[in-house]
Design a binder for this molecule. Structure first.
Ligand SMILES: O=C(O)c1ccccc1N[C@@H]1O[C@H](COP(=O)(O)O)[C@@H](O)[C@H]1O
Length: 213
């Protein structure tokens, strides 16, 4: 079991969810975004969330969701909400108040100035997830296996609890942790054999690499 929090994101089958749980993940992510190859419908999410034990948190990943969509995602049985779009601080605060769950806000990073945009979410979000900025016009705002310069975080004092995501995998996560001192790491593409297809061996290898860090 790792002392670091680990989120395996974009799970969509019982087998891969179980691999994440067996590996010691503290968080498991379910993506509710129709443009994503990892998109889950709410019925399947209910089945998966029911397998998640109480000491692990299911996280619903969404992009600029409205309240009706959020309500369906929350009803699947998750314990936290990850907002990965262009949600404003006011919107994040409203989601937290309305749904009563911890809210993570993704912060898209390419430069050091991008890190500072997270400060606006103090008092609104519970956790900032620093993720690589995807190119203008990209199909997805995350989950593309892209990484940013981790050295930006080594000289930065995050204003909230935080996590690192973007392009992590079993081969690079130890280096990422060493450079950033991230308390939480989040992976999706790096534990897949193809977009949206999670690989149980890669999940196990990632969890092992984190636990050795
Ligand atoms: O995974 C997706 O398809 C996705 C879709 C929309 C928003 C976020 C998404 N994933 C998140 O992106 C980061 C990084 O993923 P990766 O490891 O670089 O593939 C991760 O937090 C996912 O939760």
């Amino acid at each position: 079991m790792s002392r670091l929090a680990t989120k395996i994101c974009g799970l969509s089958t019982p087998e891969t969810l179980d691999a994440a749980l067996k590996g010691g993940a503290s968080h498991v992510g379910f993506v509710f975004f129709p443009k994503s190859p990892r998109h889950l419908d709410f019925d399947r999410a209910i089945g998966l969330a029911s397998r998640v034990p109480p000491h692990v948190t299911g996280v619903a990943v969404m992009v600029d969701p409205d309240d009706a969509f959020l309500a369906q995602a929350v009803a699947s049985g998750v314990g936290a909400i990850q907002l990965h779009g262009k949600e404003t601080p006011d919107r994040v605060a409203a989601v937290r108040t309305r749904f009563g769950l911890p809210v993570w806000k993704a912060v898209s990073v390419k430069t050091s100035a991008d890190l500072d945009t997270g400060r606006a979410y103090v008092g609104a979000a519970d956790l900032l997830l620093y993720d690589a900025k995807t190119p203008e016009g990209a199909a997805l705002p995350g989950g593309m296996g892209l990484r940013f310069d981790w050295r930006l975080l080594s000289a930065f004092d995050p204003p909230l609890p935080w996590g690192l995501s973007g392009g992590l995998d079993a081969d690079n996560v130890a280096e990422a942790i060493a450079i950033t001192c991230a308390p939480l790491v989040d992976v999706s593409s790096g534990v897949e054999s193809a977009p949206g297809i999670k690989d149980v061996d890669k999940i196990a290898a990632f969890c092992k690499a984190v636990s050795r860090s």
